[in-house]
Design a protein around this ligand. Structure first.
Ligand code: ZN
Length: 487
């Protein structure tokens, strides 16, 4: 089966770099691209004209929210009030439970994966909050998500999240981490079982990976076991770390180590490691304010940093800076990490935050961010056949329409999309040669039904914060509206 997609603008790839074609075509046969550019002479079974649009490699989101929104609830409190959104010590010890039924968890996953697809993401590595679970994620939950993912046709790098401990607020209102290490070992066992499951599926759309939770919630033993499994089975590891001073202070006190020292001694510092955020290293003001080698250590190890510009921005921080990390030789890829999973808005935020961080308007142009969203993600996944439109690459493609009056005029289509559009401009997508989105919709997916199912689940989630709050405040007290409600 041979298909051609034509559009006014095509982001192709030639000699190791993205290139822009005008009025061009991408032809793919089954799951592989056979032609990009002008003058294709062969016969095709189907040809689709996407008109005034940018045809680009499908976006790769390596910290992809597979949850219902929580940033809506937790991005605007004072640091004191934010303590109420964490588990209390009492909840950890005596009352922890799953807020959702397994059925509701699957609805949440479906809702989130549909969101990813509608935002033009074709490859993803999931992240979901564990705050609503009795501990973390288990094998059946991830098997269910993998099934939904295959049904929708997305390319997933999946595994259950696991941890040995949980960040809590103690009775005195102090942040710390409480541990139950056997639960971490059980979580790793589920993660290894998922790797077996993914291998047995033998489906190119499902790859098993190891997704431990934040570094401060892992015992050194669990980190070592993770590193060992990664080496033995040659699978990727994603570890949330270098995220902030609370993490760093906790590791200094508990293990007399920095986050990078912990990763190194566990055997995790290698090119199978992906670090989301990576915001805080020695060059930053709150540590030494000068580069004492962290960047070189990360670069020499071949670690990829999953930059999540929109989420960082919304929680009040910034990668300082994209250009410094890039020049140090670190592979930068992108993640959404929170709702909405909109990498177009993420790239736009990133371009502008980079200007502020470096005090230079040309610090990280649109091309740097498009590279991160495509080639950087592919490099992190060790998949040179992803993230680019050129013959021999996988047919993972997204089209962003530029035809809406509100998109404005077009000069460079990437700049128009980033400055004037959002990922809602996505109208068509293909993964491994299969159409996922057509005419801006996902065939067979009932969006009104999914939206109707998601709202009560969100309200249940919102209500459950109060049982975990160390001061037992109601949801109304924890989440006051922007203005007082009127009668
Ligand atoms: Zn994250």
């Amino acid at each position: 089966m041979r298909t051609s997609l034509t559009a006014s603008h095509v982001l192709g790839h030639r000699n190791g770099s993205h290139v822009l074609f005008r009025d061009a075509t991408v032809v793919y046969e089954d799951d592989v691209i056979v032609h990009v550019g002008h003058g294709f002479k062969g016969a095709v079974d189907e040809s689709i004209d996407l008109g005034h649009a940018l045809l680009a490699p499908g976006l790769i989101d390596l910290d992809a929210l597979t949850d219902i929104d929580h940033l809506l609830l937790d991005s605007w409190h004072s640091s004191e009030a934010a303590k109420g959104l964490t588990w209390s010590g009492d909840y950890f010890t005596n009352r922890r439970r799953d807020v959702f039924s397994p059925q509701e968890r699957q609805t949440i996953r479906r809702y989130a994966l549909v969101q990813l697809a509608l935002h033009g993401i074709t490859t993803y590595m999931p992240i979901a909050s564990e705050v609503h679970s009795a501990w973390a994620e288990d094998l059946p939950e991830l098997v269910g998500m993998a099934e939904t993912s295959r049904e929708l046709g997305l390319r997933g790098y999946l595994g259950p999240a696991y941890r040995s401990g949980v960040n809590i607020i103690d009775d005195d209102g102090v942040r710390t981490v409480l541990f139950d290490p056997p639960l971490g070992e059980a979580g790793l066992a589920d993660a290894l079982a998922f790797l077996d499951y993914a291998d047995a599926l033998d489906d190119p759309l499902v790859t098993g990976v190891l997704l431990p939770c934040r570094i401060e919630t892992l015992t050194p033993e669990l980190m070592r076991a993770t590193a060992q499994a990664s080496a033995e089975r040659n699978v990727l590891v994603r570890l949330h770390s270098l995220q902030g001073m609370a993490e760093r202070d906790y590791l200094a006190e508990a293990h007399s180590s920095t986050p990078l020292q912990m990763m190194a001694s566990a055997g995790l510092l290698n090119d199978r490691l992906l670090v989301p955020h990576g915001i805080l290293i020695d060059r930053h003001r709150s540590i030494f304010g000068e580069d004492r080698g962290d960047l070189a250590t990360l670069a020499a190890a071949g670690v990829s940093v999953i930059h999540c510009p929109q989420t960082s921005f919304r929680y009040g921080s910034v990668l300082d800076s994209f250009s410094v990390y890039k020049e140090a030789g670190i592979n930068l890829c992108l993640g959404t990490d929170s709702f909405p999973p909109d990498l177009v808005r993420g790239m736009d935020a990133g371009v502008h935050l980079a200007k502020l961080a470096d005090r230079r308007s040309d610090s990280a142009p649109a091309s740097d961010y498009f590279d991160a969203a495509t080639l950087g993600g592919a490099a992190a996944l060790k998949r040179p056949d992803l993230g680019r439109l050129e013959p021999g690459a996988q047919a993972d493609i997204v089209a962003f329409s530029l035809s809406d009056f509100r998109d404005g005029v077009i000069d460079d289509p990437l700049r128009t999309l980033l400055l004037n559009g959002t990922a809602r401009n996505a109208v068509h997508s293909v993964v491994a040669g299969r159409t996922v989105m057509a005419n801006g919709t996902l065939p067979g997916v009932d969006l009104p039904a999914l939206a109707a199912a998601a709202q009560p689940i969100f309200e249940k989630m919102r209500g459950a914060y109060s049982e975990r709050d160390w001061r037992g405040r109601s949801a109304a007290e924890l989440f006051p509206s922007s203005y007082p409600a009127a009668d």
